[in-house]
Design a binder for this molecule. Structure first.
Ligand code: 3NM
Ligand code: MG
Length: 514
């Protein structure tokens, strides 16, 4: 069956209950929404009697027909027939798709709620016009949803639908609103199959200005998020990276971009000195209330999950939103991610709350980020490696492809990937493991370079890693360095040297790249 020419991009599901609709009039809200830009409407009403359902459906149909927008009825094939609307939406516990199709015929639009890959494949095979995929995020609108699958779950289903050759249309549902619509569409997309739209309830139905809410959402679904990489990713050879690295440090040092660090007390001073040495302008602020103003200054942000208090999480989420809104690069350092339940929850909440351009961590942290179960860490140090290099590369590349960002796994050999291009870096020195904050300040260095090098974020990050780890090697090699205590000032001096050499056109430091 060829797909019907239906625009699913902004799919409104109604709700007539007081917590969402308030004292507004349902038909008036739907009228405002379709005028604002909702492209399809599902009348979902779990409480009204049949006669009332039919009557409201007829009223809604007048409004949607005038706007040239299809109207579907949730669950009730009889009501859809009685009101003569364009189709139905059925859940897993409703009338089965094949029977609904027999009753309504081939021209009716029939969609199915699917919360798992099995359900999605079955509904697609049975001839659904579209699938509602979810639940993306937990939502007070529908508390008895079967499973929260996040953007990664939606992406997996899309990839498998494509593999199975289904061209069924798809929308996602659950917790979608103006703050996350663009990111969700971006992060759900599989390489060969993207969502056709987002389905929302409260983002429009609960709004006091449903027309404006719909207009805004429609605009958001029509354009990529500000942080999306639009340029094609050029292949990079190691030789090219080594040649380009000094000029990238030079450009950053000349721009002196703001590098905003939300980090723990232990590292604040060290991170500020590292930023100054490499050539960015540090600000150490954990106050989410000033993140909008700081983001507007055009720099980058490091979120270091050194603290997981609710207050700190709320600050982090505010800052994430501020930088995401204008595409300012964000580096996430999920410190001790697998160590405690609280930290695992912190990683989940932050990753569901915004987009990180780069996530850096040791093996345990990245495994937690990837969603590996049963990752246990002792304290927040890096611990012993459990994965082979081959497995590390697979994990880093796969996670980056899934999140559509950059993942950096640090270790004696670092692995970095944007899902397409993967590199290893074997520079650095064991003294970095003997001082506090070496992981955090690597994040600061990377974010500094990413602030000025926006075209190719992977290249920027790699250059940050190289400068940082080559500086550590140079510091450790100095005869005046006897251990961790003398290493720290020497390391800051060497970062500063690398910046000075780069600015003066001497790029030989990068030749030490391994
Ligand atoms: N179906 P809101 S979640 C109607 O997961 C519905 O199948 C869901 O509401 C599913 O946009 C949901 O307010 C409610 O989060 C979505
Ligand atoms: Mg249902």
């Amino acid at each position: 069956m060829a797909p019907k020419p239906v625009d699913y991009s902004l799919y409104l599901v109604t709700d007539s209950t007081p917590p969402i609709l308030g004292d507004k009039d349902l038909v008036a809200v739907v009228k405002a929404a379709v005028e604002g830009g909702a492209t399809i409407v599902q009348y979902r009403d779990k409480t009204s009697d049949t006669a009332e359902l039919v009557q409201i459906a007829r009223e809604l149909h007048k409004v949607t027909k005038a706007a040239g927008v299809p109207l579907l009825i949730n669950d009730r094939v009889d009501v859809a027939l009685a009101a003569g609307v364009e189709g139905v939406h059925v859940g897993q516990d409703d009338m089965d798709l094949k029977t609904a199709r027999e009753i309504l015929g081939p021209d009716a639009i029939i969609g199915v709620t699917t919360n798992s890959l099995e359900e999605a494949l079955e509904a697609a095979s049975d001839g659904a016009d579209y699938l509602g995929l979810g639940t993306v995020y937990a939502t007070p609108t529908k508390e008895n949803t079967k499973s929260i699958i996040g953007t990664a779950g939606v992406q997996h289903i899309l990839a498998e639908l494509h593999k199975a050759g289904h061209d069924v249309k798809t929308v996602c549902i659950g917790g979608i609103n103006a703050s996350n619509t663009q990111r969700v569409l971006y992060q759900c997309a599989a390489p060969q199959k993207q969502l056709d739209g987002v389905a929302v309830v409260s983002a429009i139905m609960a709004s006091s200005e449903p027309k404006q809410a719909a207009t805004h959402l429609r605009k958001l679904v029509s354009q990529p998020p500000p942080f999306a990489s639009t340029a094609a990713k050029p292949q990079l050879s190691r030789a090219e990276i080594i040649t380009k690295a000094p000029s990238i440090i030079k450009r950053m040092a000349e721009k002196k971009p703001l590098c905003h660090n939300m980090t723990n007390l232990v590292v604040q001073n060290f991170a500020a000195n590292v930023a100054l040495a490499i050539g960015s302008s540090p600000i150490m602020s954990t106050d989410g209330m000033e993140a909008d103003d700081l983001a507007a200054l055009g720099g980058s942000l490091v979120i270091n999950m050194g603290s997981t208090t609710p207050e700190m999480r709320s600050n982090h989420l505010k800052a994430l939103a501020a930088y995401n809104a204008i595409g300012g690069p964000i580096v996430f350092d999920p410190v001790g991610a697998g160590a405690t339940t609280q930290r695992k929850a912190g990683v989940k909440a932050l990753m569901a709350g915004g987009y990180f351009d780069l996530i850096k961590g040791n093996e345990g942290e990245i495994r937690t980020v990837a969603g590996a179960q049963g990752v246990r860490q002792h304290g927040v140090d890096s611990g012993a490696s459990q994965l082979s290099m081959e497995d590390k590369i697979k994990l880093v590349k796969g996670t980056a492809a899934r999140e559509r960002n950059i993942i950096l796994m640090t270790g004696s050999t670092d692995v970095i990937s944007d899902g397409e291009r993967t590199f290893t870096v074997a520079n650095g020195h064991e003294l970095l493991g003997e001082i506090t904050g070496s992981g955090c300040t690597l994040g600061t260095t990377i974010a500094s370079v990413m602030a000025s090098e926006r075209e190719d974020k992977l290249l920027a990050a790699l250059v940050g890693v190289l400068a940082y780890e080559i500086a550590a090697e140079r510091a450790a090699a100095r005869t005046d360095v006897k251990g961790p205590g003398t290493f720290v000032p020497a390391f800051i001096d060497e970062l500063y040297q690398i910046r000075q050499e780069s600015v003066s056109g001497d790029g030989s430091w990068a030749q030490a790249a391994k």
